[in-house]
Ligand binder design. Structure first.
Ligand code: SF4
Ligand code: SF4
Length: 399
């Protein structure tokens, strides 16, 4: 039998979610990238369960992919398999049921965990963080197996392994981090602080069907046909971003992650096996523009009225479309800046935005289940004082 070659990043072809094929690919990827010994261990699987979307939309990690990794870790001798996530505004169980992950967990004898409770975890050598509240499920786990979906991301350009670990922060505490770090560069450094501090972490990425266009919640599926695995989250992200046509040198948090991982500002491209990045076709994959570190920066040095005007003209911002809006209130609930309100008029839902408060984190865009929010340079929205007193779902002023 020929010896399997080891590489920092395993990059393999996998065209669909057929169980037997997945089992073989996951085992091969694990061997190439050096999956750790999990005999007798409690393993926490962290898929991307962004919201309650069917698997075919490619918003979440595919349930068959989660199932294959469960079979693999059990075959490796894991004692217990926990699977969990925390969508920004919906209950995790609801979202996991909608995408099929909950059923897959039950079928494979695992335990679904809603990340609700948090406990502070220390961050070693963080640029932004010293501690961060993460799910208490981490305390029960000997190892985290990170299962991201390869997607575009409106705020961060690309999302994958490092960003998926941001979901270890329970519930709306995630959007509070946007408020704390409204500048994209700062937010990205915080993400890297967190991702590089998760102890004993191995990643299998679902790039079989990726998300192009308006990711992470409103893009369209793209049959990319790959699985990527690594012990190094930043290296995996570097390779994944390249596989769909991005230049990761222009994605600040991916670059920061790589530089911190290798301990150097300049570095060689991570070695992949058995495929090279050049062998991955991504024709027609709809990329997003590279972000700017200025996106999300509050314009603090000018009066509020001018800030509103400048913000509307210069900045990319969320644009709310009345026709597809179903009035669910998710955008309002998730908004860390309390910049949104909703008015119901003639059976239509009119979401209004206060441009002076908006920090352009695009959390609203991320969670909208109806594709009713796009991102662009919209005409001026005049926000008057009355608007600030309209609370979510018109129930009176915000406390
Ligand atoms: S309106 Fe949307 S983009 Fe603006 S702060 Fe709120 S969630 Fe973020
Ligand atoms: S814009 Fe989207 S998230 Fe906001 S209320 Fe309408 S459907 Fe819900």
């Amino acid at each position: 039998m020929s010896e399997i070659k080891r590489a920092e990043v395993a990059l393999l072809r996998c065209e669909d979610y057929e169980d037997r094929k997945l089992d073989a690919i996951i085992a091969q990827a694990a061997e190439i990238a050096g999956f750790p010994d999990v005999r007798g261990a409690t393993v926490l699987l962290k898929p991307n369960v962004l919201n309650a979307s069917p698997a075919a939309k490619a918003v979440t990690t595919h349930p068959a992919f989660v199932g294959a990794v469960m079979r693999f870790v059990k075959a490796q001798g894991a004692k217990e398999v926990l699977v969990g996530d925390s969508p920004g505004w919906q209950p995790g169980t609801l979202a996991a049921k909608a995408c099929g992950i909950y059923d897959s967990v039950q079928q494979h004898g695992g335990m679904w965990v809603d990340f609700k409770e948090a406990t502070p975890f220390p961050i070693a050598n963080g640029k932004k963080l010293k501690h961060i509240p993460l799910t208490t499920a981490l305390k029960d786990a000997d190892i985290v197996v990170n299962l991201p979906k390869l997607k575009n991301h409106r705020l961060m350009t690309y999302t994958g392994a490092m960003k998926n670990l941001f979901g270890l922060i329970p519930g709306t505490a995630k959007s509070a981090m946007h408020l704390q770090y409204p500048n994209v560069a700062d937010f990205g450094q915080m993400l890297v602080d967190l991702a590089l501090s998760v102890p004993r972490c191995f990643t299998f990425m679902d790039g079989i069907v990726a998300m192009q266009g308006e990711g992470p919640g409103s893009g369209t599926p793209y049959p990319l046909g790959i699985v990527i695995a690594s012990q190094r989250v930043a290296m995996l992200d570097w390779v994944a971003a390249r596989c769909v046509g991005y230049d990761p040198w222009r994605i600040p948090y991916v670059l920061d992650g790589m530089q911190r991982t290798v301990g150097n500002e300049s570095f060689a491209e991570p070695a992949t096996y058995p495929l090279t990045v050049a062998e991955i076709g991504h024709e027609g994959f709809e990329l997003l523009p590279y972000g700017s570190s200025k996106v999300g920066r509050r314009l603090v040095s000018i009066p509020n009225s001018l800030r509103t005007l400048a913000g509307s003209i210069i900045r990319l911002r969320p644009i709310f479309h009345t026709k597809p809006c179903i009035g669910c209130g998710a955008c309002i609930e998730i908004c860390p800046a309390e910049a949104l309100s909703i008015e119901r008029k003639h059976r239509s839902n009119l979401v209004r935005i206060d441009d002076g408060l908006c920090i352009t984190c695009f959390c609203c865009h991320e969670v909208c289940p109806a594709g009713a929010i796009t991102v662009g340079r919209a005409p001026l929205r005049l926000v008057h004082s009355k608007m600030r007193n309209v609370s979510p779902r018109g129930k009176g002023p915000r406390p």
